[in-house]
Design a protein around this ligand. Structure first.
Ligand SMILES: Nc1ncnc2c1ncn2[C@@H]1O[C@H](COP(=O)(O)OP(=O)(O)OP(=O)(O)O)[C@@H](O)[C@H]1O
Length: 250
């Protein structure tokens, strides 16, 4: 589904990604771990097409298409979703209207019929049950005054409604209490399917107890320097990042 080859990217003139390669198949969950400032969020931002990130070399193929050639909206319509590390507040914009606008924009781009408000409300009610989110949050402005944990849950709720093919979760677990972490993990697990893949950026192995990844990668200094299974995350927890990736291929 996703093939990243020798990706180099700059932010504000500084090279952050330095030859990153990664392959993700449909149905897989990949955890991306790594030290602060290594480039994990930069990877998510480059894949979703965020402004200010300049790709200087390498390629990203998504379902056989050059992902980097697509506008951010086209990437979203093609099923790429990024849950932000720091979800933004949009004062004055109702959460449900916002979500419906995003949902319908994607349907329209795919040539599908838009949902009217009744159809959308029905969908939202179904998703609310699965995600265990209070419907009170839906009536408020997007993320405005939400607690840190509520913002993260709202990101997962957006994901549940939009049903992306490639979901990139940037530290969605940070700042969550234990119960919220379980709800978020349940939400992710409910969405796991043979035709959907996840890239989960996280610092904490505890998330991986609940959402068991197929692969764990260490991103350090702009490259994947080590890959393994869940046991790699346990090893990292014990030993930290020191000594990892020595001799890793570019
Ligand atoms: N918009 C920006 N302007 C300037 N520098 C940036 C910008 N975005 C990222 N950087 C820099 O790029 C580097 C990588 O940042 P990035 O957020 O990708 O790291 P990370 O691996 O996600 O770190 P963390 O674990 O701390 O979230 C950092 O040195 C950061 O300061």
């Amino acid at each position: 589904m996703l093939k990243i080859e020798n990706l180099h990217a700059r932010v504000e003139g500084k090279e952050i990604l330095k030859g990153l390669s990664l392959s993700v198949n449909a149905g897989e969950v990949h955890a991306i771990m790594g030290p602060n400032g290594a480039g994990k969020s930069t990877l998510g931002n480059v894949l979703s097409g965020r402004d200010g990130y300049e790709v200087t070399a390498g390629s990203v193929t998504y379902n056989g298409v050059d992902l980097l050639a697509l506008e951010p909206e086209a990437r979203a319509a093609a099923g790429v979703f990024l849950a932000f590390q720091y979800p933004v507040e949009i004062p004055g914009v109702n959460n449900t209207y916002f979500l419906r606008a995003a949902f319908n924009a994607q349907r329209k781009a795919r040539g599908e019929k838009e949902f009217d408000s009744m159809q959308f409300l029905k969908l939202v009610r179904e998703k609310l049950k699965v995600m265990q989110i209070s419907d009170e949050l839906l009536h408020r402005a997007v993320n405005e005054g939400f607690s840190g944990g509520e913002k993260k849950r709202n990101e997962i709720f957006q994901m549940a409604v939009l049903e992306p093919q490639l979901a990139i979760l940037d530290e969605t677990d940070s700042g969550l209490d234990i119960d919220a972490l379980k709800h978020v993990a349940d939400g992710v697990n409910a969405l796991r399917s043979p035709d959907r893949a996840f890239l989960m950026i996280t610092h904490y192995q505890r998330l991986l107890d609940y959402v068991v990844p197929d692969f764990v990668h260490v991103l350090a200094d702009g490259r994947i320097v080590e890959s393994g299974d869940k046991s790699l995350a346990l090893k990292l927890e014990e030993h930290g990042y020191a000594g990892l990736g020595e001799g890793a291929a570019a």
